[in-house]
Ligand binder design. Structure first.
Ligand code: NAP
Length: 231
């Protein structure tokens, strides 16, 4: 894997219409990877990458039929990276008791369940030595939760971490590694204007971390600088 030419590497980036997913699609293709990047609906920012090493596809991770249709369209294709980036932070600034059960449940489904269902559908597309990555957050760390805040979102990312570890056990014989990634606090629609990092800094870091992770078969929880986070 380490000797594999970048032009032979293939990535599937799920949730690339804007923010970190868009930045990842652009940067992996700039590194010579062949990228398949998904959006829910037509987005000019992603579509302008078409032909520059990026193929644009459509998928909603909350919609089983949409995921199955994508799986069918990608039949026979192999990926060195499948990265589920998509996530939501609906009413994240409210304490748990101020959020309706319906909203809490939907955040859990999108952030913690749908990525795993997507991974189940695409596990057999991973090339040996490849990486299955999920966009987590430092807020998903139970051990590091000393400040509270973003309660429902935080719980959903903790659940994603746990579900990914269960997935790893269920797929113990796999020949690919599993990565939970914290991108830093980044200026996107979700991260807001006050965040620490621009998209470029975060994405350059994550691409370097993912390229270095190639060939590993364990489960790791790393930030965009490659630092290990406490579960
Ligand atoms: N920004 C930060 O500081 C930060 C920190 C830690 C973790 N994260 C995580 O990083 C990921 C990307 O965040 P971001 O900051 O780039 O947020 P963003 O700008 O709000 O982008 C969210 C992306 O997820 C997609 N998405 C949401 N629900 C989806 C679904 N059901 N199916 C397919 N795609 C879906 C969105 O597509 P549409 O355009 O169609 O809505 C969009 O492409 C998220 O998982 C987030 O939790 C972000």
């Amino acid at each position: 894997m380490a000797d594999q030419a970048a032009s032979e590497r293939r990535a599937l980036i799920v949730g690339a219409s804007r923010g970190l997913g868009l930045g990842l699609a652009e940067t992996f293709s700039a590194h010579g990877w062949q990228v398949v990047a998904t959006q829910r609906r037509s987005t000019p920012d992603l579509e302008r990458l078409t032909g520059k090493g990026v193929r644009v596809e459509t998928a909603d991770i909350d919609d089983d039929a949409s995921v199955a249709a994508l799986r069918q369209r990608l039949a026979g294709e192999k990926f060195d990276l499948v990265f589920v980036v998509a996530g939501v932070a609906t009413e994240a600034d409210k304490p748990l008791h101020a959020v309706s059960r319906a909203v809490s449940a939907q955040v859990y489904l999108t952030n913690a369940v749908s990525p795993i269902l997507f991974a189940e559908a695409f596990a057999d597309t991973l090339a040996p030595g490849g990486t299955l990555a999920f966009m987590s957050s430092v807020l998903g760390s139970v051990a590091l939760n000393e400040d509270g805040g973003w309660e429902n979102y935080r719980a959903s990312k903790a659940a994603l971490n746990t579900n990914a570890r269960s997935f790893a056990v269920r797929h113990a014989e796999r020949d690919y590694g599993i990565l939970l990634v914290h991108p830093g606090w980044v200026r996107t629609d979700m991260g807001g204007a006050e965040a620490d990092l621009d998209v470029e800094t975060s994405v350059n870091g994550m691409v370097a971390v993912i390229e270095a992770f190639a060939g590993r078969r364990d489960v790791a929880y790393l930030d965009y600088k490659g630092e290990t986070l406490a579960w």
